[in-house]
Design a protein around this ligand. Structure first.
Ligand code: HEC
Ligand code: HEC
Length: 290
């Protein structure tokens, strides 16, 4: 009996430590934030959902035209099903308010304060402007609710949502400060690439824990069986801004070859539908060293 005491004390202090960390890491979100209701905000939100690539993951497996989810994202750490993000009360996000959207997209936290798995690219979305998140929320809440229950993630036993708390801390620690740009067009391109379009989620290599290596942004990666090309300055040396523009519009590379794999989806649902200005911004950002 006696020998167990240190174990019990040890576990209790560990639990206390976790509770402290949880309390300290509770994100600070402005309570005044409200979802806008104007048509203008809803239209902006619709565009941001396109630029954010949300459709690639959240489009319905039963009904492609809706964001009712069900699509399985396979990773080295299990399969994660994109939830139903239509405003259905029972199976979707019908009860969400501004606070819930800010918590989810900027902090990767569920309405009850739990942790989302990073298969949801919330670390990229963390840099979104508050107004952009609220407009996205306004658009999602304006959609027709779809009743569709998405299945729970299939993860190894040890991978609980609490493990993600530790993962986020490690990822924060290794993140570094991204380079900032004075040029307005390039800065807009950086926002579209790093945050909304989350290009680095696929194109930046990850370490064994699945944390992107910030010091090798866009240096290429392996995702499951797929090899994803580098799109850093070195890899794009021969690309002009026009080449890049055309690629984002129709997936054609400078050598006339068409891109395949998951990138097709990115072109179809995201970059081909951007405004010309935003495609120019992405092109300016990626070819800024040429
Ligand atoms: C790479 C795939 C992917 C992309 C892109 C993506 N999501 Fe998700 N999203 C997920 C997954 C997977 C989850 C669930 C994570 C979990 O179970 O912890 C999720 C969760 C969510 C949730 C929480 C839903 C709930 O019921 O708790 C919201 C809201 C959401 N995403 C909105 C968005 C928006 C808005 C965008 C675009 C700006 C987006 N997502 C882009 C995969 C994605
Ligand atoms: C869901 C993962 C994913 C995301 C997100 C993604 N890509 Fe890709 N990308 C790929 C894959 C996979 C390929 C290789 C496809 C192939 O085999 O043809 C690729 C190829 C490319 C290529 C061609 C490279 C070459 O030299 O052949 C470019 C350029 C590119 N992506 C740019 C982007 C940009 C810009 C973004 C953000 C707006 C982005 N990608 C977001 C997966 C992704």
């Amino acid at each position: 009996m006696e020998a167990r005491k240190p174990v019990i004390i040890g576990s209790l202090s560990l639990a206390a430590l976790f509770i402290c960390i949880w309390l300290f890491s509770h994100p600070d979100i402005s309570i005044e934030a409200e979802l806008p209701e104007t048509q203008e905000a809803i239209d902006r939100g619709e565009y941001l959902v396109i630029a954010g690539g949300c459709i690639s993951c959240h489009r319905g497996t039963e009904n492609e035209e809706t964001l009712s989810g069900g699509f399985g994202i396979e990773t080295d750490f299990g399969t994660f099903y994109a939830p139903n993000i239509t405003p259905d009360i029972e199976t979707g996000i019908g009860k969400w308010d501004a606070h819930d959207f800010l918590l989810a997209l900027q902090h990767g936290r569920t309405p009850s304060g739990n942790y989302y798995y990073p298969a949801f690219p919330y670390r990229a979305y963390a840099g979104l402007k508050e107004q952009d998140v609220l407009d996205i929320g306004a658009y999602l809440m304006s959609l027709e609710p779809v009743y569709y229950q998405v299945q729970l993630p299939e993860t190894p036993m040890w991978l609980t949502r609490w493990v993600v708390m530790g993962w986020n801390m490690l990822a924060n620690f290794s993140q570094g400060e991204p380079e900032m740009f004075d040029d307005e067009l390039i800065a807009r391109g950086a926002y579209l690439a790093r945050n909304l379009g989350h290009c680095g989620e696929c194109h930046t290599p990850r370490n064994g824990l699945g944390i992107p290596d910030a010091s090798r942004e866009y240096a290429g990666a392996v995702l499951g069986e797929e090899t994803i090309e580098a799109i850093d300055a070195e890899a794009l040396k021969q690309w002009t801004a026009n080449n890049f523009d055309l690629f984002l519009l129709m997936g054609m590379k400078p050598d006339g070859e068409f891109v395949g794999g998951d990138m097709n989806d990115v072109i179809e649902h995201n970059t081909s539908k951007l405004t010309d200005e935003d495609r120019d911004a992405l092109a300016a950002y990626f070819t800024r060293n040429n």
